[in-house]
Design a protein around this ligand. Structure first.
Ligand SMILES: NC(=O)c1ccc[n+]([C@@H]2O[C@H](COP(=O)([O-])OP(=O)(O)OC[C@H]3O[C@@H](n4cnc5c(N)ncnc54)[C@H](OP(=O)(O)O)[C@@H]3O)[C@@H](O)[C@H]2O)c1
Length: 369
């Protein structure tokens, strides 16, 4: 049931109840965020995506309502959100992959603009919009860059939709009653299946296929990428960080790097992965995952039948191109997380243990044997 804002926040009454709109409800970041919010007394949440949320089981029905709409369609978006007067906080975790860089930027900027065009006039009590960005803000995908990256570092000259979205937010916020915040994680690691940037499921699928072929778990990237220092971000922790930055007054109009808090290299965690999957580690050897794994669909289908797994295709499960990009980056990818800690978010996650917990989750869900 959706409660009205007038029901909450009275002196001596229940804790203020906020109403979230989580855009990207089926995504690697959005789904855990939705799950985090609906588990809390003080939130009611709407989820938004084109597909209904299904991964990880049903969400509690009285605390969440799903809006199925294509944000690329401004008219449909306006109609779908017109009645959402209750929304106090928007979390934007929407993202659409596109192979053409110009189209990629255009589509993602347009989706965000269409969302704002629809939600701003509808949600009269809007208090904050939290935008999910990432380390590409600092150009981490382009080559070596200044590390650790700090929130105030200047944008790189290569265009990116992060800059378009942030500029749109800053422009619209002037003179309004709401404020914004932005989260900048790197390599979001969550329990979800699918998605164009899902490294946990990609590693799990790679290990499972290699094991079935009797091969060791060799690192498929550049030797320099094996050793380079990097961070990852636990999706559950990111959800808590985004809820924090949506409500803490001091986070208004601020961006925050969000990472687990430890620094890892693939060299450090790869033997852990080999141990988990009961495989020999193998020497690092550069090979394109898209090319060498992209043709293992039939082998995977056999594994699904043999082990009674959930019927995901290998293509849906693994993001081979993303793996190729990540394992091909032979430079440090590090952000400074001092700012979020100074502002009050001090959680730390052990990244090695996080990977094993997430593999456990995939196994328990019948996604991998
Ligand atoms: N994944 C990472 O490791 C990572 C790391 C750092 C930063 N980021 C950033 O985080 C943001 C979210 O990425 P993600 O990896 O979470 O993406 P994701 O897993 O693919 O999730 C994207 C979400 O957007 C929804 N969506 C896509 N197109 C839509 C449309 N036209 N209308 C409505 N909903 C739509 C998708 O649901 P439907 O397909 O059902 O519509 C899905 O729920 C991006 O800006 C990305 O750059 C990601």
């Amino acid at each position: 049931m959706v409660r009205s804002r007038s029901e909450v926040g009275r002196a001596g009454g229940p804790a203020p109840r906020r109403t979230a709109l989580v855009v990207g409800a089926t995504g690697i970041a959005g789904e855990p965020l939705l799950r985090h919010l609906v588990g809390r007394e003080d939130w009611f949440a709407y989820g938004l995506s084109r597909r209904p949320p299904t991964a990880g089981g049903a969400l509690p029905g009285d605390s969440v309502r799903h809006i199925q709409v294509d944000l690329a369609d401004p008219r449909a978006t306006g109609a779908a959100l017109a009645g959402l007067a209750e929304v106090t906080h928007v979390f934007y975790c929407g993202y659409q992959e596109h192979s053409d860089p110009t189209e990629h930027r255009r589509v993602n900027a347009a989706m965000f603009r269409n969302l704002l065009d629809a939600v701003e006039p509808a949600a009269q009590g809007l208090r904050r919009i939290v935008l999910l960005q990432g380390m590409k803000y600092y150009g981490c995908h382009l080559g070596p860059f200044k590390t650790p990256a700090e929130e105030d570092d200047p944008p790189v000259t290569t265009p990116h939709f992060y800059y378009d979205q942030q500029a749109e937010l800053i422009r619209r916020q002037r003179g309004k009653g709401w404020t914004w915040a932005a989260a900048r994680p790197h390599s979001i690691c969550g329990p979800s299946v699918g998605g164009p940037m899902n490294i946990v499921a990609t590693i799990a699928a790679y290990a499972t296929v290699r094991k079935a072929m009797g091969l060791p778990l060799s690192f498929p990237g550049k030797p320099g990428a094996y050793k380079a220092r990097r961070q990852v971000t636990d999706a559950a922790m990111l959800a808590r960080a985004m809820a924090w930055m949506a409500t803490a007054p001091e986070c208004a109009n601020q961006a925050f790097n969000i990472a687990n808090g430890d620094v890892i290299s693939w060299q450090q965690v790869w033997p852990l992965f080999a141990g988990y999957f009961d495989m020999r580690p193998g020497e690092p050897r550069r090979r394109s995952l898209a090319r060498t794994m992209g043709n293992k669909g039939r082998l995977w289908d056999r594994l699904v039948r043999t082990h009674g797994l959930e019927p995901y295709s290998l293509d849906r499960l693994a993001a081979w191109s993303y793996g190729d990009a990540l394992f091909g980056s032979d430079w440090d990818i590090l952000s400074d997380t001092a700012k979020c800690r100074a502002f009050g978010f001090r959680e730390v996650v052990d990244s090695g243990r996080m990977f094993l917990r997430l593999f456990d989750g995939l196994r328990a869900a019948g996604v991998i044997p």
